[in-house]
Write a protein that binds this ligand. Structure first.
Ligand SMILES: NC(=O)c1ccc[n+]([C@@H]2O[C@H](COP(=O)([O-])OP(=O)(O)OC[C@H]3O[C@@H](n4cnc5c(N)ncnc54)[C@H](OP(=O)(O)O)[C@@H]3O)[C@@H](O)[C@H]2O)c1
Ligand SMILES: [Zn+2]
Length: 364
């Protein structure tokens, strides 16, 4: 006897796997995968959403059909769309295909859809089963859901430190704390992000490139947040052939005469304050689902205080920098009691040569 639930779970997991293939390209759209079975339960097509403007997962699966889908079933990790975006609604395609059963893992948080797609399918007489592999699907589209619900980008804060918790010497020198393998891992995981954010001081001191070294095309957007606008006229971030850069500055504190140091190809945006939340909101409105904060202690502390960080990734090298004045990853959160401190959860630990990588989530 076959356990039907095991079979349905297997196909939904396949849809989730297919969805994950769009990990570095689908943003600002969600990660979606689709599987179509014929009326005898045989796989007849599958698809995933690769990029905005290209077919949705369901449409790709219908385009790839090897056989008639009539009376068949479909598995998708996200509710099919019912609105006209860059491509026509998937719900119409499902209804006209004659598919009888639809397994949907989670509802689309996009207000234009959320529940309406499922309603239309049911009204057309299709049996809709909602909730299979729900947690996996929520995890997969965590950043997309976060942006839709909060209107802010899902923020990941990354830093590298010595085993005694230092990120730089007191003179600002920090090259290199971690090993080469950890650093190239950073280049590859940058590809999962839509934007990478630093503060003006990190730009002045480190002059970073903030690219994936060609692993992602186009490269993630590079973002500099400055209060003073006192940025150098020569910087690796000003090379617009490598990647786009935006400078956000606080107009209440900046010296706007420094604007002339920034080349014309770099976008510049004035803000009303130095609250990092403004950046998170603007980037979300530009379609950034997931952003990486690679900043030093001042901006990192401000970003956490303004709830811009949902996850941290820290690389810890077995090295000792010592010294009372060497740099910590954070400034003061002004906690007075132990119950006030920030507690992280869902930690994952991995070894990269002799370095340790810890990934943890903020409880919101
Ligand atoms: N080991 C690591 O992982 C790592 C990572 C990043 C940085 N670092 C080190 O950290 C040092 C820089 O530290 P930092 O804390 O000055 O970093 P930062 O990332 O440059 O952040 C501070 C700067 O951000 C700007 N800013 C905008 N809004 C702000 C706000 N609300 N609060 C605070 N700053 C705001 C200011 O730029 P303006 O001064 O231009 O106004 C400020 O000086 C460097 O030595 C660098 O090497 C280490
Ligand atoms: Zn669609």
């Amino acid at each position: 006897m076959f356990d039907k639930n095991v079979i349905h779970t297997k196909w939904m997991k396949r849809a989730i796997f297919l969805a994950s293939l769009g990990k570095n390209t689908a943003s600002p759209n969600p990660l979606v995968g689709a599987v179509i079975l014929d009326k005898n339960g045989k796989l007849i097509s599958e698809g995933f959403h690769y990029k905005a403007g290209m077919p949705h997962a369901e449409a790709m699966a219908f385009n790839n059909l090897k056989k008639d889908a009539k009376e068949g079933s479909m598995y998708v990790n996200l509710e099919p769309c019912c609105h006209h975006g860059k491509t026509p609604p998937c719900v119409d395609k499902v209804i006209s295909s004659g598919i009888k059963k639809m397994y949907v893992s989670i509802e689309d948080p996009d207000k234009r859809v959320s529940g309406k797609g499922i309603k239309l399918l049911k009204e057309a007489g299709i049996q809709v089963h909602l909730g299979l592999c729900k947690q996996e699907s929520l995890d997969l589209n965590q950043a997309f859901i976060h942006r839709n619900v909060t209107k802010k980008a899902f923020g990941v804060l990354k830093w590298a430190m010595s085993i005694d918790g230092r990120i730089a010497l007191k003179n600002g020198k920090s090259k290199w704390i971690t090993n080469e393998a950890s650093r190239s891992l950073v280049h590859s995981f940058r590809a999962e992000f839509d934007a990478i954010i630093i503060g003006g001081n990190t730009l002045r001191r480190d002059n970073p490139f903030l690219t994936t070294r060609g692993l992602k095309k186009p490269e993630p957007l590079r973002v500099v947040f400055t209060k003073s606008l006192d940025l150098p006229s020569k910087s690796n971030l000003w090379d617009c052939n490598k990647a786009k850069t935006i400078v956000f500055y606080d107009s209440s504190t900046a010296n706007e005469s420094y604007l002339k140091r920034i080349p014309k190809c770099v976008e510049v945006q004035r803000l009303s304050s130095d609250n990092p939340e403004l950046i998170s909101k603007i980037l979300a409105s530009k379609g950034c689902n997931k952003v990486l904060w690679e900043c030093g202690p001042k901006l990192a502390t401000a970003a956490i205080k303004s709830s811009c960080i949902q996850e941290i990734i820290t690389f810890i090298a077995p090295k000792i920098l010592g010294g009372e004045n060497n740099m910590n990853p954070f400034g003061d959160f002004e906690f007075e009691e132990m119950h006030e401190i920030i507690k992280l959860s869902d930690s994952q630990v991995s070894l990269i040569g002799n370095d340790i990588c810890v990934k943890s989530s903020f409880k919101n």
